[in-house]
Design a protein around this ligand. Structure first.
Ligand code: 1HN
Length: 353
């Protein structure tokens, strides 16, 4: 294990002349870049940062007057990390944006290899359709769009509908594995009853002939159930010192993550500071209830309901709710776990490895 980074050797005139010559042949010396490629611990360009929902809503309503959901295909404002501007990234490996669908609008049917999640922030009654089934969306609902699933959205309610989109776009780009197509119609054919997937798979019962799948057959995990389960945990156990009472959204077929590339969680935090925690998975947090602040490395971010904030890889996180609070979060933990790379540390960060 490297504990000290590689020191860059001196660049003499003779060496520089050599680099210039080989540069024309598309070659470059490793020893000049080794220290920034192989770091003793994560050296993320991603920064701790927070967005206030009120400011997002104002910008989105302005966007609503500038372009329709249909013309935009998806009317979304990307939440770009200040350390990663121009790259459509929110953390190093994840994309997040906020989407607005106005009453009467549709976001046309398409599909892609990127997996998506929605977390509903405001409004009630718009729907998303996934693989032939509609679900009606309400505050705090967690909705997934698996890779290559046809999906379209529509808002038949009277209110603007806002949700957070989370996608694994930077990972799929890094792997050069992006495929996408439009259906050529605004909406897909509906072949299943609304709520059918949840009724069949959401109650610790499985259809006896259910086939295994790496993606969850449930595509809306309703907030009232998540919230109820957090309350039951609270009644039955002490809070974890780092995480309070924390649940992971899972695939009922095998207990793995609901989305193979993104870890998704909801946690209830008691009032007062948590014990420091850090992990190699940069994380996007959304507050659904309560208010407080979170210290991420040397930055303190204040948050209230619907606000969104980012913790980079290996940055120490101390949540300090002013009152009992609920946070939804997502990160790249399932990818790192599958590759044997995931690390976490509880307590003070006095060791770097
Ligand atoms: C997408 O398909 C949606 O379906 C939202 O709502 C955001 C960002 C990039 C690529 C595809 C959606 C997206 C997206």
């Amino acid at each position: 294990m490297l504990t000290q980074g590689h020191d860059k050797p001196k660049e003499t005139a003779e060496r520089q002349a050599f680099y210039d010559r080989i540069d024309k042949q598309h070659m470059t010396p490793l020893w000049s870049v080794l220290g920034s490629l192989v770091t003793p611990q994560p050296a993320s360009a991603c920064q701790p940062f927070g967005w206030k929902f009120d400011a997002i809503r104002d910008a989105m309503m302005e966007a609503g007057g500038l372009i329709t959901a249909k013309e935009a295909e998806r009317r979304v404002l990307i939440l770009e990390n200040p350390g990663l501007r121009g790259q459509s990234r929110t953390t190093t490996s994840l994309y997040a944006g906020v989407q607005l669908v106005l009453p009467g609008e549709v976001a046309p049917a398409h599909r892609h290899t990127q997996s998506a999640l929605r977390f509903v922030l405001e409004g009630e009654g718009a729907h998303t359709a996934v693989n032939g089934e509609k679900t009606i969306m309400r505050y705090g609902d967690f909705v997934i769009t698996p890779q290559l699933a046809w999906h379209d959205h529509g808002n038949e309610s009277e209110e603007p509908m806002f949700w957070l989109d989370g996608l694994d776009i930077p990972v799929i780009s890094m792997l050069d594995a992006s495929f996408a197509e439009g259906l050529g119609e605004d909406t897909q054919e509906i072949t299943r009853n609304t709520g059918q997937s949840y009724s069949e798979f959401g109650h610790a019962l499985l259809p006896d002939n259910a086939e295994q799948s790496i993606v969850s057959p449930i595509f809306n995990y309703p907030y009232d159930k998540s919230r109820e389960t957090l309350e039951a945990m609270k009644r039955g156990s002490d809070p974890d010192q780092c995480h309070g009472w924390k649940l992971r959204y899972s695939n009922p077929l095998n207990g793995s993550d609901a989305i193979p590339t993104m870890g998704t969680f909801i946690q209830l935090l008691p009032q007062g500071p948590t014990m420091p925690f850090r992990s190699t998975s940069g994380t996007v947090f959304v507050c659904t209830q309560g208010k407080g602040k979170t210290k991420i490395a040397d930055t303190t971010i204040e948050w209230g309901e619907k606000d969104i904030f980012i913790a980079p890889s290996w940055a120490s996180i101390i949540h300090e709710p002013e009152e009992e609070s609920v946070l939804f979060s997502f990160n790249d933990k399932p990818i790192q776990e599958k590759l044997g790379l995931y690390r976490e540390q509880r307590g003070n960060a006095n060791s770097s490895t």
